[in-house]
Design a protein around this ligand. Structure first.
Ligand code: FAD
Length: 349
């Protein structure tokens, strides 16, 4: 039994790309800190990616700071290759990372401190950098009759590979990159039906405007608007897998169905389509439930941000959040959070 919490100047919560980037910069700047990561091993959410998501089909993995990626085999599963790279980075960087430690709550402590509670004890700190990602908070929309469905329902989070759906009639719901990738795979072995709320917009790879998408998310978080899943912001690109799906006829999109019945879905036009499985490729949202005791959300459910800092509390940074939900964004956000904390909060470290 421990007497009182362990004290560190900064606690980083989460050890994926964002948390590792923050840790690298904290160490470089000589700040006393610890990283608490719920995962059993290095790799962040990459540990959980579906088996058929290869290095060739990911959007691109940005380098961790000061540690270029080795050449990766395009055919290798990303859930093997990326965690191996992260593990090598951690070994080379000698960072204080504790695993597995799941943070359950962060509360205000005495004298402007924050108390970080976990399943493995408590920490007291002057600031937190939250980097818990989105994988553990899948967006699961609800439609009337859903509980009566007799077939299989799964979310991208539970998808492993198309094999389990072979020979079935499968409704794929969602307008993001994961939906298109999974449609492409499943349509090779099953009859697919694609449902999205909005007409998906595909751009040629050359015209794809990542910075325009990021600017929209920045505008939302700086206005304190609740940010949806990244899926709701992403345009789609005519990647080789998207073109393959199109050729197979799998990208003929239907408007969202209105209800679910035991053996299928009720289409927007009132007709019935029999399906055996529904794949919810409806994305993920930031998992910040452990921050609830800090009451960061406004009445709209959003958290107003200035860069990586929570606007109302300079001790709290959220990275891999909003516009930094990409490997490149996570990397930059880690550095920005450390620089801003040193400038505004840890001025005499
Ligand atoms: P994560 O990698 O999710 O790491 C979060 C870590 O925090 C995990 O280790 C988790 O265990 C831990 N954690 C969670 N809750 C707690 C808690 N309460 N206490 C302690 N630890 C906790 N981006 C790209 O740039 N290129 C791509 O190709 C790409 N492909 C993607 C494919 C999919 C299917 C998805 C969903 C996303 C993809 N992204 C991609 C986005 C990308 O994954 C993320 O932006 C980035 O990798 C996330 O890094 P992160 O550190 O923010 O989060």
């Amino acid at each position: 039994t421990r007497v009182g919490p362990i004290v560190h100047t900064v606690v980083v919560i989460g050890g994926g790309q964002a948390g590792l980037s923050a840790a690298y910069h904290l160490k470089r700047r000589g700040v006393d800190f610890v990283v608490l990561d719920a995962a059993p091993a290095p790799g962040g959410a990459w540990l959980n990616r579906w088996e058929s998501l290869r290095i060739a089909t990911v959007n691109g993995i940005f380098d961790l700071p000061g540690f270029p990626k080795p050449p990766l085999d395009p055919a290798e599963a990303s859930r093997v290759a990326v965690p191996r790279y992260f593990a090598d980075f951690e070994k080379a960087s000698d960072l204080p990372i504790l695993r597995p430690v799941r943070v359950t709550a962060v509360r205000p402590g005495p004298e402007e401190t924050l108390i970080v509670e976990s399943d493995r004890g408590q920490w007291s700190t002057r600031a937190i950098i939250n980097a818990t990602g989105t994988w553990t908070n899948p967006v699961r929309p609800h439609y009337p009759g859903q509980e009566t469905f007799a077939g299989i329902q799964l979310h991208t989070q539970e998808y492993v590979s198309a094999g389990a759906l072979a020979g079935l009639r499968v409704a794929v719901v969602g307008g993001g990159i994961s939906a298109v990738q999974q449609l492409e795979e499943i349509s090779q072995v099953a009859k697919t039906f694609w449902y999205t709320r909005r007409e998906p917009v595909f751009k040629d790879l050359g015209e794809f405007d990542g910075s325009g998408i990021i600017a929209k998310v920045v505008a939302d978080v700086e206005a304190g608007n609740p940010t949806g899943s990244v899926v709701s912001y992403t345009d789609l690109a005519w990647t080789p897998y998207a073109l393959a799906a199109k050729e197979r006829g799998a990208l003929e999109r239907r408007p969202m169905f209105t209800a679910i019945e035991p053996h299928g879905v009720r289409e927007a036009d009132g007709t019935f389509t029999a399906v055996d499985a529904i794949l919810w490729a409806t994305g993920f949202k930031a998992d910040l439930r452990h921050l609830d005791p800090l009451h960061l959300r406004n009445e709209r459910g959003g958290i107003q941000m200035i860069g990586t800092q929570v606007a109302a509390d300079p001790r709290i940074h959220l990275i891999g959040f909003g516009p930094s939900q990409s490997t490149v964004g996570a990397n930059r956000a880690g550095r920005e959070a450390v620089n801003t904390l040193l400038r505004k909060v840890l001025t005499h470290v």
